[in-house]
Design a protein around this ligand. Sequence first.
Ligand code: BMX
Length: 281
Amino acid sequence: MTVLAVDLGGTKTLVALADGGHLRDTRAFSTSRAATPDQLLENIRDHVSDWDGLYNGVALAVTGRIADGFWSALNDKILNIEGKYPLSDRVAGMFGHVPVLANDAQAAAYGEFVFAADMGSDMVFLTISTGVGGGIVADGRLLTGANGLAGHFGQTRRITGERLEDRVSGKAMERQARALGHNLVVPEIFEQAETGVPWAEGIFDSSAQGVAALCADIKLTLDPAHIVIGGGIGLVPNYLNRVKSHLRRLRLDLQPELRPAALGANAGVLGIAALHNAKTT
Ligand code: BMX
């Protein structure tokens, strides 16, 4: 079975032709934050029009909440969806297949669980990216929750009332840099941090500290065998080391086992294709 697998994130969309764990072809393009959901789907269709007839199933992982075939945003600064969008029906109409749908981080969690080695039966995946997302696998099963919310760690609030994502995500880091007079995008902030520029180091490290606190809380709520860290920021060299160094202040038995995402940017498409196969076989 070949699946048209789509991973639509807040910054980038990746499309793939997936045969099980093998990606026959992939294409990436940017996600327009100004586009309506209809336009986002039309854009995907345009990018894969020459793949017509090459797949016999469709699966989409998207930033935002998926519940009962509908798509909605939790953070409308990442994606501009008003109310609930009937994603399942629209994809079926446009691509001719009823799709398998999931949140992007939930799909990536499942991908890491299925395809990365030695994960144990309980794991949590975190993506530190445009936003902060997550997915939980318990007893070998992806938890999506009663309303599609399971794993939405970026939406959890700190004691100050601040949403975690608004402190540690890529968008948050760029906002913090702007407030200090530096109009830079995330890779430029990292470059500055790597060369020891104090304001950039501070932003980088405060994000890692927030993620470390989240990982400590996850250890105490779910006690997974592993917490896997991915996403454009999570996979920047040295980010994970900084998170780990903050965690070393905890008592040894309360320290979670962290590892970098093994599938990199392909976790979402591999995961959603695997979910498709698990649901249709
Ligand atoms: C937000 C939320 C999550 C998503 C996470 C990471 C929206 C639109 N998205 O917390 O559903 O998983 O961001 O998303 O509310 P990404 O776009 O950074 O991959």
